[in-house]
Design a protein around this ligand. Structure first.
Ligand code: ZN
Length: 281
């Protein structure tokens, strides 16, 4: 049994307290609320599409990258495959921006800036691997690993330079609330997830169509991935320090097939991305 009278009073009392709290919150909300000057997030197309891809041929010029036992230079392999990938993507109707198209040295920050300036939808960096362990072989595709607090960009002064993300387009009223930073971090988190999916699509498609010894999807904190400002992966085509991988990488035919399968991996990702409205459907 319960004492209906007492509990009724208690209920009334707690209801009054809740009502007072709600009233206070409502007054505060009415007092402080300001209509946003513009939507927080830019109006985007209903169906997000992948149209612009940055292809980054690793190393170049004075930076030869790895030098393999038979004399192959990593910078030559990366440029050759990057150009082949470009051809395949352009033939499929995509716009491709190369960070380099000749044997020239491009500093790492400039490579990332290309994706920012050109408002790229994807960033794919091409490299070949090297290891003291000569038995290591196979393809590896990297996406960005989680950044530590220290590695996260800091906004201060005109900190927009660091991110490259178009923060200025956001309404000024939000700047003081730190919302710009929140929006940027959310975008970064989404890019990280999409990068991991892109890495899987590329590695899986390559392994399906080219006789790679192994294929691994990994995470690392590579500079070019950190500042790409869009989903970004780094493809290590194989270990030039492994004899069998070196023979394959030396082969024009193998590099062509490898490039074609990287293209197919990107197109598979694009198809899935667009079908699911940016993996949100
Ligand atoms: Zn490299």
């Amino acid at each position: 049994m319960t004492d209906g009278g007492t509990s009724g009073k208690i209920c009334n009392k707690s209801f009054l307290i809740k009502a007072k709290k709600l009233l206070l919150l409502l007054i505060l909300w009415m007092f402080f609320w300001k209509e946003p000057a513009a939507p927080i997030f830019p109006q985007t197309a209903v169906s997000p599409q992948i149209q612009r891809v940055v292809i980054d041929a690793g190393h170049g010029g004075k930076d030869s990258g790895a030098i393999y036992p038979a004399g192959l230079l990593e910078k030559d392999l990366t440029l050759d495959v990057a150009q082949k990938v470009r051809r395949g993507l352009v033939d499929s109707g995509l716009r491709v921006i190369m960070t380099r198209d000749t044997d020239v040295f491009i500093p790492l920050p400039n490579r990332s800036k290309v994706s920012q300036k050109k408002n790229a939808d994807l960033f794919v960096s091409i490299h070949a691997n090297a290891s003291l362990n000569k038995s290591l072989r196979g393809l590896e595709v990297y996406s960005l690993s989680e950044l530590s607090r220290e590695q996260l960009p800091v906004f201060g002064g005109s900190g927009e330079d660091l991110s490259g993300f178009n923060l200025k387009s956001l309404p000024e009223t939000y700047a003081d609330m730190g919302l710009k930073r929140v929006v940027w971090l959310l975008k970064m988190a989404k890019d990280r997830l999409d990068s991991a999916l892109l890495a899987r699509w590329i590695a899986g498609t390559v392994a399906h169509s080219v006789p790679v010894a192994a294929h691994r999807v990994k995470e690392a904190n590579f500079y070019v991935l950190r500042w790409a400002q869009c989903p970004a992966v780094l493809v290590e085509m194989g270990y030039g320090t492994n004899h069998q991988d070196e023979i394959r990488l030396k082969s024009f035919h193998y590099r062509t097939r490898l490039a074609e399968s990287i293209v197919s991996g990107i197109l598979n990702y694009k198809k899935e991305y667009e079908k699911t409205k940016g993996f949100s459907a």
